[in-house]
Design a protein around this ligand. Structure first.
Ligand SMILES: Cc1cc2nc3c(=O)[nH]c(=O)nc-3n(C[C@H](O)[C@H](O)[C@H](O)COP(=O)(O)OP(=O)(O)OC[C@H]3O[C@@H](n4cnc5c(N)ncnc54)[C@H](O)[C@@H]3O)c2cc1C
Length: 507
């Protein structure tokens, strides 16, 4: 890991808040810090179980973003004829995370995600919200990177009708509204800053409000749901260097998630999962699609097997220090892309649709190309030399790379990077096209060490009594990489594990 000269500045605990600065004390059963998908889920479920819940939120409202919520199964999925084998998912997940995820946490998610999704869908499809679920079918079809159905989207809810991206916003809005009905108290513009311990147990959380500090004492537990470390440059540099230097950071609201829960947990005796933390990155920083043909760097050289998954493409670019690369297509794209989709595919490989929609259309692809061209992320030319000039890469090297690539394709054996022969299609039909693509950080999905009940653990894996973490404040789910076995599991694990915790706190 890249240890910066400022290593650990974020680790220092602040001085304790003086008693006279605490202007108000509230008592409840459960105090939740953070009103994102994890915090709101936990708050609602705990309230449904009869607990008195207070939620402290740093910003002025609840927060959500993104479209996919990935779970292992659901009633809705079964009704569409899809069912996953949990053991297959677990084995693939562990393999893709190089055995660094916590198998107990993973299994808590796998075993409970169906119940959590059924519960959520019952809420969002109620007449008051009127939303409609749909599955996402942008599956990679090869055997190398197993990708399964399980990603749920929520369409036509009140937030989507207001213009927000259909998905998590309607899930969080509906859960938030339901939790208000059960008396959950939300205190906005109230960042949680410190935890208090009594006789070894975490008993209260202190939040800063306009009036001064507020102490929220919680008899059953304090839940850290403060999201990721993406808004904290020092933590990023120390704990997630791949994310730190990424040119495109997509998290909203910008700067809200500064790893506050991570640090409060640490100061209270908790430990982090091993760094570097896994980073959820998608190659959507520039053009939305990149396919699988020929990728070249700014020197005009090929640098990887283009038949890789969403995460793999991003990690490779980041590791090589590239903000973006170019994906090359030719005038035969309308035949070559659908041919490639028999063997690969995925969101940024041109597929992003429901199970009953076509996997590829010329019109849809042209629309994407148009958007990319308008944003300066697609260039087109009649010759490879002209294309190189428009990309800003050395023409001589690019032509050499293209010739070599076409030779490999004709021979049907990728002696350079081992791409499957089915995907070796020569690019020799003008016009030549180049799409600029690059990684964007969506979230840093690593955090506090937790047990299967989401209780925070110390360095020796002993519980820090009274303290829990969910969502991106919690570690254990991935360990080393964000596996797209099912797209959308950052939401799916946040939802499921917070739902499980909302039940556990009532036991
Ligand atoms: C553009 C984009 C698209 C995405 N799409 C998807 C997708 O399709 N599927 C998917 O699974 N994931 C997606 N993600 C990632 C996903 O949004 C997050 O992983 C997920 O929201 C994490 O949930 P959370 O509850 O842990 O954190 P958040 O949703 O970030 O919520 C944390 C909350 O805590 C608050 N907070 C922070 N510090 C404090 C404090 N000190 N005190 C009180 N409150 C605090 C924040 O303001 C925020 O409201 C996407 C991310 C981006 C940026």
């Amino acid at each position: 890991m890249n240890i910066s000269s400022k290593w650990g500045v974020w680790k220092d605990a602040p001085p304790a808040v003086a008693e006279q600065d605490i202007k108000e004390t509230i008592d409840c059963d459960v105090a939740v810090a953070g009103a994102g998908i994890a915090g709101v889920t936990c708050a609602l479920r705990a309230a449904q179980n009869g607990l008195k819940v207070v939620v402290l939120e740093k910003t002025a409202r609840w927060n959500a973003r993104g479209g996919n919520i990935g779970v292992a199964n659901s009633k809705y999925m079964r009704s569409r004829g899809y069912e996953n084998d949990l053991e297959v998912l677990a084995r693939e997940w562990i393999k893709r995370c190089a055995s660094r995820c916590d198998e107990t946490v993973l299994w808590t998610y796998l075993k409970n995600s169906e119940e959590a999704m059924d519960w959520l869908l019952d809420i969002v499809t109620a007449p008051e919200y009127g939303a409609r679920p749909e599955l996402q079918a942008c599956l990679y079809r090869g055997e190398t990177y197993l990708e399964r159905f399980g990603s749920h989207r929520i369409f036509d809810g009140p937030m989507a009708k207001k213009g927000m991206r259909p998905g998590a916003s309607d899930a969080v809005y509906a859960m938030y509204t339901e939790s208000l009905k059960l008396g959950v108290r939300y205190i906005f513009n109230a960042p949680a800053e410190q935890l208090e311990k009594k006789d070894g147990r975490v008993t209260a959380v202190l939040a800063k409000t306009e009036e001064g500090y507020m102490r929220v004492r919680a008899g059953k537990g304090i839940v850290l749901a403060t999201g990721d470390i993406g808004g904290n440059p020092e933590m990023l540099e120390d704990l997630a260097p791949l994310a730190a230097g990424c040119a495109k950071q997509m998290y909203t609201p910008k700067g809200a998630n500064t790893g506050d829960g991570h640090r409060m947990g640490l100061w209270a005796g908790g430990a982090f999962e091993d760094a570097p933390f896994p980073v959820m990155m998608h190659p959507q920083g520039y053009a939305f699609t990149n396919y699988c043909f020929l990728f070249v760097d700014m020197e005009g050289r090929r640098f990887m097997n283009e038949d890789n998954n969403i995460q793999g493409k991003c990690v490779t670019l980041r590791r090589l220090g590239m903000d973006y690369a170019w994906s090359i297509l030719d005038g035969g794209w309308a035949e070559k892309i659908p041919e490639s989709l028999k063997y690969g595919g995925g969101i940024f490989w041109g597929t992003d649709h429901g199970p009953d929609e076509p996997w590829f259309t010329v019109e849809g692809t042209l629309k994407r190309f148009e958007r990319s061209a308008q944003s300066g992320n697609m260039v087109e030319a009649d010759t490879p030399e002209e294309l190189a000039e428009k990309m800003g890469v050395p023409a001589e090297q690019f032509v050499k790379t293209l010739d070599e690539y076409n030779r490999i394709c004709r021979e049907g054996k990728d002696t350079r990077f081992g791409k499957r022969k089915e995907l070796l299609m020569p690019l020799d039909k003008p016009p030549f096209i180049a799409l600029r693509f690059g990684p964007a950080v969506l979230a840093v999905v690593g955090g506090l060490r937790v047990g299967e009940d989401m209780g925070v653990l110390d360095e020796k894996n002993r519980p820090v009594e009274g303290l829990y973490a969910v969502g991106n404040a919690a570690g254990g789910r991935y360990g080393v990489d964000y596996p797209m076995v099912i797209p959308g599991t950052s939401h799916g694990t946040a939802l499921t594990l917070a739902y499980v915790l909302g039940n556990k706190l009532a036991e």
